[in-house]
Design a protein around this ligand. Structure first.
Ligand SMILES: [Zn+2]
Length: 108
């Protein structure tokens, strides 16, 4: 793991079949590996005593991040597996409202 090391991907499509150039991360939901540009980075934000998870849309937030496909399926899987507390090393309960709001429900 290389937590804390953030690549800022250049804003251009990732060529398929390119090797060694694109940072690859594992989705905490389905556990499949994807280019980090295809994954949503999720970081912890404290809101008083409540721990909330927020999407890091610019891939710039400091600290530990978890990566997730921006799909309801993967969010749901991650939630059921309690993957977020493990990946982010925080004790639950975690508020996933912001992620649900972004990703939505079944549609998507
Ligand atoms: Zn996934």
């Amino acid at each position: 793991m290389t937590d804390g090391v953030d690549f800022e991907p250049v804003d251009r499509p990732v060529p398929t079949g390119a090797r060694g150039l694109t940072p690859v991360r594992t989705c905490v939901g389905c556990r499949k590996r994807s280019a980090s540009s295809e994954l949503l980075r999720v970081v912890v934000a404290a809101d008083g005593d409540q721990v909330v998870l927020v999407p890091d849309l610019r891939h710039r937030a400091p600290g530990r991040g978890a990566h997730l496909h921006p799909r309801y399926e993967c969010l749901n899987l991650a939630e059921r597996r309690r993957a977020f507390p493990r990946a982010l090393r925080v004790a639950g309960p975690l508020d996933l409202t912001a992620l649900h709001a972004l990703i939505g429900s079944e549609a998507g």
